[in-house]
Design a protein around this ligand. Structure first.
Ligand code: NQM
Length: 362
């Protein structure tokens, strides 16, 4: 499959991820041709992605495709694509709330959205799920302001805050219809507040939940158990066969250590996240509020208000996630979610993909 020999591309850090951002018009319209091109742009499949833009980890092997939206409720459409590092696979089966932080700035940079003086709000339709988000960030003199004093764990220094709000999503908060299920002999809560996630008490897997991501990744017995849980939970959640899918994520829960509501270790779904995804955190936060869920015995969410702090391997993520418990036996539903992220333009230019048909040894 051949494609363009060069493509206009912007690299941005979005939250705790880094990705290549494209205008949809700059990529092939045919999804198979587009995905083939993106694999060659990122340097996949190769554990080091040495011949492309990817950084050798799922968190740095991401793509955002942005276009003007036909939806009257949105300014732009954002399609997220996870480019596998060591397999020739590109997946559109999940959203990414971290790359989402760069979508508004990118839309202004490319002239899709007119910036306001002071602050610009961009309404974004997340094509992967059909859900909406509104991102607002500082703009001055027609330009995006990236410098600022907001700090997020997992990113050195500070930058301008990008405030992201998610109205109530279209899907069910509890996709299995239960607050708790037993999957592969393990109690779990399957939750989806923007990211299908399986919550598991770390103690029920024989780990503390305070281990480093590296130590957890090296625990092969744990990896087998998590795989078994993921495959079974995926079916129960209506996701079908998730053997090669990037969802559901699995989040191990432990009591908080630093004044937050809960400590987490999240598998995405094989590598262990160095922090936590935005929508992953939204799902954890909502899941902790579910009466009878596995989080109840482990977490200490504040009694009042929607805001809570999720601890993770490199710090914490503060998030507001409201859940309505629903009358009688009705299942709880997510109300609104909001989070602060930062983003930064790293380069803007032309990327030269590896030629089509070049053999890979991996
Ligand atoms: O949950 C990683 C990330 C993500 C996804 C992953 C994300 C989110 O941290 O919204 O952003 O879960 O694969 O970028």
């Amino acid at each position: 499959m051949s494609g363009p020999a060069e493509v206009r591309c912007m690299l941005l850090r979005g939250g705790t991820s880094k990705g290549a951002y494209f205008l949809a018009d700059d990529l092939p319209a045919d999804p198979a041709a587009r995905d083939d091109l993106l694999l060659r742009v990122m340097g996949s499949p190769d554990p080091r992605q040495i011949d492309g833009l990817g950084g050798g980890h799922p968190l740095t092997s991401k793509v955002a495709v942005v276009s003007v939206s036909a939806d009257p409720l949105a300014d732009v459409d954002y399609l997220f694509l996870q480019v596998s590092v060591d397999r020739a696979e590109v997946s559109d089966r999940q959203n990414c709330g971290n790359l989402l932080a760069g979508v508004g700035p990118f839309a202004v940079e490319r002239g899709l959205v007119e910036p306001a003086e002071g602050r610009t709000a961009v309404r974004i339709r997340m094509v992967n799920s059909g859900d909406l988000a509104v991102a607002s960030f500082p703009t001055e003199g027609g330009r995006v302001v990236y410098e600022g004093s907001a700090q997020i764990s997992g990113v050195p220094g500070s930058a301008a805050p990008v405030v992201i709000e998610f109205p109530r999503g279209s899907g069910a908060l509890l996709p299995t219809g239960h607050a708790r299920d037993i999957v592969a002999d393990t109690p779990v809560t399957c939750v989806d507040n923007g990211m299908p996630t399986v919550l598991i008490a770390a103690s029920s897997l024989g780990v503390t939940g305070y281990e480093t991501p590296k130590d957890l990744e090296e625990d092969l017995a744990l990896a087998d158990r998590l795989r078994e849980i993921r495959l079974a939970a995926g079916k129960l959640m209506g996701l079908g066969d998730v053997e090669n899918a990037t969802v559901p994520k699995l989040t191990l829960l432990a009591p908080p250590r630093d004044g937050g509501a809960v400590m987490t270790r999240t598998f995405i779904p094989v590598r262990c996240h160095t922090s936590i995804g935005v929508l992953g955190a939204a799902s954890v936060a909502a899941g902790l509020r579910v009466e009878g869920g596995v989080g109840h015995a482990v977490a200490r969410p504040p009694e009042r208000g929607d805001r809570l702090r999720i601890e993770h391997p490199t710090g914490f993520l503060d998030i507001e996630a409201g859940v309505d418990s629903g009358p009688g036996d009705a299942l709880p539903a997510a109300r609104r979610t909001a989070v602060v992220r930062t983003a930064r333009k790293i380069f803007d230019g032309t990327v030269f993909p590896r030629p089509a048909g070049a053999a890979s040894h991996f």
